[in-house]
Design a protein. Structure first.
Length: 400
């Protein structure tokens, strides 16, 4: 038998001499290990380590004694919290990015609230975004006045080349390298569809795995706020409250994986209506807050809309019934008058004592109650009575 080959039937004494002088000193080593060392002397062998269990079980008494770490909750009643993911969704152009930007600024400045929710302490935010270039970002920060005081508490990425490549190990490594010294309490990803090529279940699961790994590798265990889109509206959509979560585009995994979901939607389809509605559609760890209405300002931020017409927004009976067909006909002087939507809405409010949302809803020439009566003049940008509206006004009092 050749030297160094392990013979399981051989005695310990014969093993001492079978392999020559180099093997004689290994008699005290287990035979199997001597075989490996003799046949593969240069092999890299790992030391035995105690592996951490992949799952841990706690007794009820241990769970009851758990104390939540200080500064674990950032915003609201568990709405945004460390180590958890919150989805902030809305249709395109409603102001999602600006709303999230306003949260980051408010937290950096140490303000006490954001869109009706308490900010529990001043915290740091890192925004990873792919849609707004420096011209837009520069305008946003110039509107803030002196932005130098925010430098130590807010970082915003320039749009990367292509997508937010969370599936690229180098990209994740660079992101961790930037986040670790900064120590963010919250990381914003805007938007979700820039991080996946397809919003199907497998891609979303993989993305969320990367995001959780990222939160674990950044020493501050930051909260994750992901900006997302609502799917395109369908005929008959009347989602409100919790059901708004059903409108998130893509896989159901998005909603089920998030601990909280907020949605921002326009109050009406009117281009110049600045009103939006903020809804908490999911909050697993806290109390569901009531929805609220906000008015978008010229600087892109939001102020509370105290006079918002909820009845008109919900399409229920009430103030919206104040507006009748005869009011529409009279508003346009039975076909002899045209005006911009803003002017028409203001005069309709004065005429019927309705709310702003009700007026804009009534003047919606695509989906409103009086859509058959109204049409736009695309060349001049005004509204007027349609042929149907003029036909119905034949019996109206033209002197009124």
């Amino acid at each position: 038998m050749s030297g160094g080959f392990y013979d399981p039937l051989a005695s310990g004494e014969s093993q001492k001499t079978a392999g020559g002088e180099g093997i004689a000193d290994t008699a005290a080593v287990p035979a199997f290990q001597r075989s490996i060392e003799a046949d593969f002397p240069d092999a890299q062998r790992k030391e035995k380590t105690v592996r951490k269990p992949l799952i841990e079980f706690l007794r009820p008494s241990e769970i009851a004694e758990y104390v939540t770490p200080p500064n674990h909750f950032l915003v609201g009643d568990s709405l945004i919290q460390r180590g958890a993911m919150t989805i902030f969704a809305g249709p395109g152009g409603v102001g999602k990015s600006r709303a999230v930007f306003s949260l980051a600024v408010a937290a950096a400045r140490g303000e006490s609230s954001w869109m009706g929710f308490p900010i529990h302490f001043g915290f740091k935010t890192m925004v990873v975004q792919s849609e707004n270039g420096l011209p837009r970002l520069s305008k946003d920060f110039q509107n803030l006045g002196d932005a130098s005081g925010l430098d130590g508490r807010l970082l915003v990425s320039a749009p990367p080349d292509g997508m937010i490549a969370m599936n690229n190990p180098d990209f994740r490594q660079d992101l961790i390298a930037a986040a670790t010294p900064f120590g963010p309490d919250m990381i914003v990803f805007d938007p979700l569809n820039s991080m996946v090529s397809d919003s199907q279940e497998r891609d979303i699961i993989e993305l969320f795995k990367f995001l959780r790994q990222l939160a674990g590798e950044v020493g501050t265990n930051p909260a994750l706020l992901v900006v997302h889109h609502l799917r395109k509206p369908r005929e008959g959509d009347k989602h409100r409250g919790r059901s708004m979560a059903n409108l998130l585009a893509g896989s159901y995994v998005i909603t089920s994986s998030a601990r909280a979901v907020m949605t921002l939607q326009a109050a009406t389809d009117a281009e110049d209506d600045p009103h939006t509605v903020l809804t908490v559609a999911k909050c697993n760890d806290g109390v569901m807050a009531p929805r609220s209405a906000w008015r978008r300002t010229d600087g892109g931020f939001f102020t509370h809309a105290d006079d918002f017409d909820w009845t008109a927004f919900d399409g229920q009976s009430g103030p919206v019934t104040k507006i009748r067909e005869e009011h529409i006909l009279k508003l346009f002087n039975y076909g002899k008058r045209s005006m911009t939507q803003a002017v028409a809405a203001k005069q309709l409010m004065e005429m019927t004592d309705c709310g702003r949302s009700a007026a804009y809803g009534a003047l919606d020439y695509q989906k409103g109650r009086f859509a058959l009566l109204i049409e736009p003049d695309l060349m001049s940008g005004v509204l007027r009575l349609s042929a149907e509206g003029i036909s119905r006004s034949q019996d109206g009092d033209e002197d009124d």
